[in-house]
Ligand binder design. Structure first.
Ligand code: A2P
Length: 335
């Protein structure tokens, strides 16, 4: 269950989370940058104090923001997240993105006077990971992982890790099945969680105007509607399921966790009902064939003013950046 505050008011979000918990959702995915941890904390507090759920039944995930991407940022921002969530620990803490921003006041995406993002070119993945490991020792998170990292970046973390990443969260859906990255994770005992498993049409549209993580959706292509794909629709009709359920089931059947976003009661309910049916090998093959590889990526990340360039550091793409030498190769994080 993955809820973004900028899609809804705190009240709508609280209602959606109440519905989700009533339906049986126990995995809640949030992040410091979503600015919804307070609202989630209020709902959790109600459920926990009423004894409707116990802490160990919940699986709460949150993430280190790009402005915290330095060793001392880990303790600081995890502390803030725990306070907002009203918890002593989270179940999984992820490094949200491989790049870091410089801190400036309390801005989530700090910018210079000319509007350019204040990138921190000294981001050091290995040092950040040490600080992440310390939080497990302190008991403030049960497990640690990464999000939006590619193989090269994960390898860099693995090299010095005492505790290897438990999980990688990346964009993944039928048009962007992330086969090589999933295989890599499998070989390193890293579980995978798919964000945007439905193709994020609603969110992607909104992200065009959002800059929290400097996430943009490539304006050069139409947003695909995965739920309108004829293969998906045919399977859904034949199995008396919805296209969304077929999409989610296909990913779940690959052994990948899914975090579909919804604030709509019926769809929250519908998205949970994907564990009571199986796709046949034949249907799986048809859906596998819809993979477009990296071309199928929907959510791009762009740092730079103008936003037309893509930092392709997500989920297995090689970097395509304006000044690789300055940004990519010379940063200590790339050693
Ligand atoms: P809504 O919140 O109105 O349900 P993703 O998880 O890939 O990011 O996709 C989220 C988008 O898909 C949201 O716009 C959400 O809208 C919509 N959505 C979520 N579940 C369903 C569903 N079962 N059927 C159709 N659209 C859905």
């Amino acid at each position: 269950m993955y809820l973004l505050l900028f899609q809804s008011t705190p009240e709508e979000l609280e209602t959606a989370l109440e519905t989700a918990l009533e339906e049986g959702y126990r995995h809640i995915d949030t992040a410091y940058v979503y600015q919804n941890e307070d609202a989630i904390g209020r709902v959790l507090s109600r459920w926990l104090s009423a004894g409707k759920v116990t802490r160990d039944e919940l699986f709460i995930v949150t993430k280190l923001p790009p402005v915290g991407n330095r060793p001392e940022g880990v303790s600081k921002y995890l502390g803030r997240s725990l306070k907002s969530l009203g918890l002593d620990y989270v179940d999984l803490y992820l490094v949200h993105v491989p790049y870091g921003f410089k801190e400036k006041d309390e801005e989530l995406t700090p910018t210079a006077e000319d509007g350019s993002v204040l990138l921190d070119n000294d981001t050091d993945h290995a040092a950040i990971w040490k600080a992440m490991e310390e939080e497990v020792t302190k008991g403030r998170t049960k497990a640690i992982g990464l999000s939006n990292f590619n193989e090269k970046q994960i390898e860099r973390v693995l090299k010095g890790a005492v505790l290897p990443p438990a999980n990688l969260q990346v964009e993944l859906h039928i048009y962007f099945q992330q086969r090589p990255l999933v295989e890599f994770c499998k070989n390193h005992d890293i579980t995978v969680c798919a964000y945007s498993p439905l193709g994020s049409r609603g969110t992607a549209g909104l992200l065009r105007s959002q800059t929290l993580l400097m996430v943009v959706v490539s304006s050069s292509k139409e947003l695909p509607d995965l739920m309108d794909n004829p293969v998906v629709k045919e399977i859904a009709e034949r199995l008396s399921r919805t296209p969304a359920q077929v999409l989610l089931r296909h990913t779940v059947q690959r052994g990948i966790a899914v975090i579909p976003k919804s604030t709509n009661k019926d769809r929250i309910r519908q998205n949970f009902k994907v564990l009571d049916f199986t796709l046949s090998d034949e249907d799986v093959s048809k859906l596998d064939a819809l993979d477009q590889g990296p071309v199928g990526r929907i959510v791009d990340f762009s740092f730079f003013k103008g936003g037309h360039l893509t930092i392709g550091c997500f989920g297995g793409l090689d970097p395509v950046i304006p000044n690789p030498k300055e940004i990519w190769e010379t940063s200590p994080s790339k050693v």
